[in-house]
Structures are given as C-alpha cells and as structure tokens.
Design a protein around this ligand. Sequence first.
Ligand code: ADP
Length: 225
Amino acid sequence: MKLKKRSRLKKGHYSIPESTEKEHGKICKYWNQRYNLFSKYDQGIKMDEEGWYSVTPEEIAIKQAQRCHGKVIIDCFSGVGGNTIQFAKVCSSVVAIDIDPVKVEYAMNNAMVYGVANRIDFVVGDFIQLAPSLKGDVLFLSPPWGGPMYSKVESYKMDMLKPRDGYSLFKIAQSITPNIIMFLPRNVDLAQVEELAWLSSPPLTLEIEESCVGGRVKAITAYFS
Ligand code: ADP
C-alpha cells in the first residue's frame, strides 16, 4: 500500500518530502483529493506542502466567485490561487495578495494553467501592511486557520485565526469595504461570526453558507455586506 501511494505521487508535480510516515499519510489524504482542489491538476498545477492544507476546493471556490460577478475583488491570502483563479473568471479584476513569494509564483503558474493570469494583479506582501492602500468592491478573507489542527477543537474561536484574531482582521477589512467574504472552519463559533456583523456600525447584513464538496460540509463561508 505504501509503495503504491509513493509511485502514484511520482507522476504528479508534487513529490512528498522526506518526513515522518505520519506526515506522508496526511498529505496522501489531500493528494487523493487533488482533482477536487484543481480539476486541471494534471495540466501543470504547482503546490507546496502548505498549499495542500489551505487551498479552497474548486467546487467551493466557484460558488464563492459567483457572488462577485463583475466586481473588483481583493483576495487577501491568496495562497496557490484556488480562489483567485475562480474570481478571475467572473470578476472585472482581481488583486491577489500573499506574503509568501513561492505561493505567489505557484498561483501565477496555476492561473496560467486556467488561462486567467492576465486578469490578475499578483502582489507579494503582508495584507495587514498593504490594507491602507487597497481599493476594491469586495474583500475575500481566507486567513490562515492554524494548519490542519483546526478541526481538533470543538468550537473554533476567532482568536485562533492568523496573522491577527478574526475581530482585528475584520476591522482592517472594513476600512476597505463593507462587502467582505470570510472563509472559515466548519466548526467556527457562529455566534462570534454574527457578532462581527452586529458590532459594525451600521450593522452589516450577514449570510452564512455551508461550503460543501460532494455534499459534505468542508467549511463555512460568511458573506457580509
Ligand atoms: P492554513 O493555516 O489555513 O493552512 P496558511 O498558513 O497556509 O493557512 O496560510 C494561508 C495563506 O495565507 C498562505 O499562503 C500564507 O502565505 C498567507 N499569509 C499568511 N500571512 C499573511 C499575511 N500577513 N499577508 C498575506 N498573506 C499571508
């Protein structure tokens, strides 16, 4: 079984790094879902290890993008580009920001695979620092959840988000636009998500969607406006 998994991995654009068997097992789980992450995976998609954990499954990214038709969107933690690519298909323009230059390089490559790279402005930078200079109709926040361990807690709290707690991130986002989409763990404390809407002045409308792949809830998307 172990050999079979390794030989399959060699066919792709990502090879599992030499680490513990436990870690191999974890990445194999994501590898098996690679076409859920990128349907064009075999056409040259590039990922790094973190990308496997944090990329938004394509089915979910398509649905989130449908809400942003024709808008100028800022994807603040764009990673290897799962959301960015789907936004580029339907939005008037996309700014994709990530602090990690390797992620941005992979996102550019992946956007080329999908034929949408010319519709995206890629920025290597810290969203927190760039925020005062950003302008857009909609802000998409898919901040780090703290790695795969997020699912181990019963109730995921806003202060577990990185690089700032959810309340601070939301406040920064609001200084750019009230139209904010947050992509959050499925075990997030929904009372805290609602709090973000009614703590705002004036209060924002909020729609919460269960984001599913193959009918299974993978995450929560909160649409504020
Ligand atoms: P997760 O914990 O959900 O796996 P990651 O740690 O992979 O999330 O982070 C998601 C993405 O956010 C990564 O591509 C990472 O480089 C990026 N990122 C982290 N901090 C910042 C920041 N301050 N500004 C922009 N991008 C950031």
